[in-house]
Design a protein around this ligand. Structure first.
Ligand code: UGA
Length: 440
């Protein structure tokens, strides 16, 4: 099948390469010349494990090409809209400029038998509006909504082997054809018995936003519990293990710590609240604003824990060298959008600490946003001379640190584990003041 993918960010670049890897002929389109030049040369503009490999093989096979020329979408049977929907600069609502621009640019190149497929996370009602836009232009092309559930860091496997497929299709004579087309696109996953939910456009849009809202709520729930365990000296990790054994609850996404960030969860819950308010149903999701507030509070909480850790080794924060381990919003990613780690580094900087940060992949992206941020080139460099260490992104190499060896590098032995991933006993045995989040 010939497929076009519009937008070559985290979502689109992975989707395009994965579709080509599955055997489709793919033309991937973006307005950013530099990004297209990079991808055409087989280089990825961001860190995503597995992407360079499928990019290289798909380009070599001739099944994948990149362009800034949207007219080359013509001739594809399916056109995926995979552009970003960031938070608006002046409100909590999603900024729909890129989606609107992509569809407007695509319309003149559509044939009547084509299927436009939305993948971006959008406010409910967007798909119906875009279908109307297409119809008003005189095109008979159909539109479906097929939300994406990939996680950064696992994007390639999540795209090739998703845990479910959701097709939002409008009722009417084109419905069956749209479902068949999507089944052909995802033939490999369907052969592997991936569940498919066929539903209407609005439900498909809501599935995505509800899933991310639920995940955000789960994380904020456990972080709220960790504030309570902190108050009474109880243990949040053991609490999460114990409630997680209940299959109705489940252990995943119950890791307390500095909270969620990235380009999806924070902006999606805010956009959902904004959209629900527009629909006159603000109270239905008002709890999500509380989840956002709990989440933001964790970043301040970590900065305060660092302050306390510095005091415990008799160092004033204003003269403390703080080694920040991590800048990406999560491991296996170089994404610093709304990153709790970066936020903590900046907060500590603002409090007057001498901050030096290190991330295996995100030093560059973080410095691009904040050129004044001091970063180390290696893990040993960031640790050397530190008065307090704070682990904010749980990269495997941070978890694997040997406390005895670290003790030989630092000036003072104090560590805040803002992801609850270290063995407290081992660090204490090496002479460290050890501070977790909601656990002794
Ligand atoms: C999230 C969803 O998990 C994907 O299903 C969805 O497709 C994607 O958003 C999207 O909308 O595009 P992602 O942003 O890549 O994926 O990251 P997650 O793995 O969900 O992690 C989000 C944040 O939550 C990270 O900062 C992570 O450190 C944090 N987190 C996660 C916790 O603080 N505790 C946990 O127990 C789990």
């Amino acid at each position: 099948m010939r497929i076009s993918v519009i937008g070559c960010g985290y979502l689109g670049a992975v989707h395009a390469a994965a579709m080509a890897d599955l055997g489709h002929e793919v033309i991937a389109i973006d307005v950013d010349d530099a990004k297209i030049a990079l991808l055409s040369a087989g280089k990825t503009p961001f860190y995503e494990p597995g992407l360079p490999e499928i990019l290289t093989t798909s380009l070599a096979s001739g099944r994948l090409s990149f362009t800034t020329d949207i007219s080359l979408a013509k001739g594809s049977n399916v056109h995926f809209i995979a552009v970003g929907t960031p938070q608006s600069a002046d409100s909590n609502a999603a900024d729909m400029r890129f989606v609107n621009a992509a569809v407007t640019a695509l319309i003149p190149h559509l044939s009547d038998s084509d299927l436009v497929v939305g993948k971006s996370t959008v406010p409910v009602g967007t798909a119906a509006r875009l279908q109307e836009m297409i119809a008003t232009s005189g095109s008979a092309a159909a539109l479906a909504w097929n939300p994406e559930f990939l996680r950064e860091g696992h994007a390639v496997t999540d795209t090739i082997s998703p845990d479910r497929l959701v097709y939002g299709v409008a009722p009417g004579p084109r419905k069956d054809a749209a479902v068949s087309t999507l089944n052909a696109v995802y033939a490999t996953a369907i052969a592997a018995e991936t569940p498919v939910v066929v539903t209407d456009l609005a439900t498909a849009e809501l599935v995505k936003i509800a899933a991310n809202s639920f995940l955000a709520t789960k994380i904020s729930f456990i972080n709220a519990m960790s504030e309570i365990t902190d108050a009474v000296g109880a243990n949040i990790t053991e609490l999460a293990d114990a409630i997680g054994y209940d299959n109705r609850i489940g252990r995943r996404f119950l890791n307390a710590g500095v909270g969620f960030g990235g380009g999806c969860l924070p902006k999606d819950i805010r956009a959902f609240v904004a959209r629900a308010e527009e629909l006159g149903r603000g109270e239905s999701v008002a709890f999500l604003s509380e989840m956002d507030a709990i989440n933001k509070r964790q970043r301040t909480r970590v900065a305060n824990l660092v302050l306390g850790a510095a005091a415990s080794v008799d160092v004033e924060l204003t003269s403390a060298r703080v080694a920040v381990l991590g800048l990406a919003f999560k491991p296996l990613s170089d994404d610093v959008r709304d990153s709790p780690a970066l936020d903590v580094a900046l907060k500590l900087n603002a409090l007057g600490a001498d901050v030096i940060a290190y991330d295996p992949e995100a030093n560059g992206p973080a410095r691009l946003r904040f050129p004044a941020l001091v970063t180390a080139e290696t893990l040993d460099e960031v640790l050397t001379g530190a008065d307090v260490i704070v682990l904010v992104t749980e990269w495997p190499e941070f978890i694997a640190l040997d406390p005895e060896r670290v003790a030989g590098l630092v000036s003072h032995r104090a560590i805040v584990d803002a992801r609850n991933v270290l063995d407290a006993d081992r660090w204490r045995a090496a002479g460290f003041t050890f501070v977790g989040m909601g656990r002794p």
